[in-house]
Write a protein that binds this ligand. Structure first.
Ligand code: SAM
Length: 335
């Protein structure tokens, strides 16, 4: 690991030469949905670990910004359940170097919070939606919230605050794989970028090979002549993106199981407890919680981040396509 000093801000480069510019922050383990593929548990949903307050979370976010991170995404659990999220977005917006602030939400509370979040500086949004059928929606999520999520998506589109609203759809055989074409057409017609996500074998996800649908099969089920588009700069991520004719909507695939995109991975994760995670599928993590509670400075926190990124095994090798035995709990690490 090296810290590169150019004329610009410092850059955090891992031992495989990948620059880290993107931080995903899980704001809470709690969720107001019970999607079986994310957290198949009937246990009462209380936060699994004590969470840092906003001040505590802003310290590592500032440290990451000082190391060259320019994009922060708030996720969870359900990030909009977190009290003070609007203030957190506003404070993050004030941090020098951070220009992109996103949220990944299930959308239940989106319509109600959107205007204040946009005012605070939110400029990216991903809303999860796995079906266009309200009964199926309830069966998947455990919540009768199809209309509320739909209203959240419409509010995000009509706000004009986002260059493109993204919708995340986890595809599962026998659950929603018969809706791929309809979902793609729905998104394209609204100028939305729908991202079909391969079902990943995460902790408590009930994953099975039978349920899994790979990208190749998804594309054949969609059956539209999709044209690849290249995403540049900060939009570059794990998704491969397509357009249909010259319509503004996009169809993307996030193929975490059938394809490896580790070679251009630019992200780290921070949990609501203060743990830094180098890779979704590596167990190694670094806990900043104690340091933050003791009032460590941004410089001290930055130094610990630099040391963690240098650790062998903290970041996965770019060409490692093996399936690891370690499985993350999505509602804690935020997907
Ligand atoms: N509650 C928010 C939401 O629903 O978008 C944010 C947290 S959720 C863990 C983030 C993303 O992870 C969602 O788009 C969700 O669909 C996805 N996800 C959860 N479990 C998954 C799994 N086993 N495989 C693939 N994606 C998963």
């Amino acid at each position: 690991m090296m810290i590169r000093r150019n004329e610009g801000p410092r850059a955090l480069i891992d031992s495989f030469g990948r620059a880290i510019t993107y931080l995903r922050v899980s704001l809470t383990d709690k969720c107001n949905m019970k999607c079986g593929y994310c957290y198949a548990s009937t246990a009462r949903d209380t936060a699994i670990t004590p969470e840092l307050d906003n001040k505590g979370l802003l310290t590592p976010i500032r440290a990451f910004a000082s190391l060259g991170v320019n994009k922060v995404r708030f996720t969870g659990g359900e990030p909009l359940l977190r009290r003070g999220i609007v203030e957190l977005v506003a404070h993050t917006r004030e941090i020098a170097g951070i220009s992109i602030i996103g949220v990944t939400t299930n959308g239940l509370l989106a319509e109600r919070n959107l205007a204040r979040l946009i005012d605070a500086g939110l400029n990216r949004i991903n809303i999860s939606l796995d079906t266009l059928n309200r009964h199926r929606f309830k069966a998947i999520t455990g919540v009768d919230g199809f209309d509320r999520v739909g209203a959240g998506i419409e509010a995000a589109v009509s706000s004009g605050a986002f260059s493109q609203v993204k919708v995340n759809t986890v595809v599962m055989r026998g659950i929603n794989d018969d809706e791929l074409r309809a979902l793609a057409e729905w998104a394209i017609g609204r100028g939305i970028d729908i991202r079909f996500i391969e079902f990943m074998p995460t902790e408590k996800s009930g994953w099975s090979r039978e349920r899994f649908v790979g990208e190749v099969e998804m594309r054949s089920k969609i059956g539209l002549e999709l044209i690849p588009v290249s995403e540049e700069g900060n939009s570059r991520g794990p998704a491969t993106t397509y357009k249909y004719k010259d319509l503004p909507g996009r169809v993307s695939f996030i193929s975490a199981v059938s394809c490896s995109f580790c070679d251009n991975c630019n992200r780290l994760r921070l949990t609501s407890k203060g743990e830094v995670i180098g890779c979704l599928f590596q167990e190694d993590k670094m806990d900043l919680g104690q340091m933050i509670h003791k009032g460590a400075s941004i410089g001290e926190i930055s130094q610990r981040i630099v040391e963690a990124v240098a650790r062998p095994g903290f970041r996965r090798q770019p060409d490692d396509v093996s399936i690891t035995s370690y499985k993350p709990l999505m509602k804690a690490v935020g997907g």
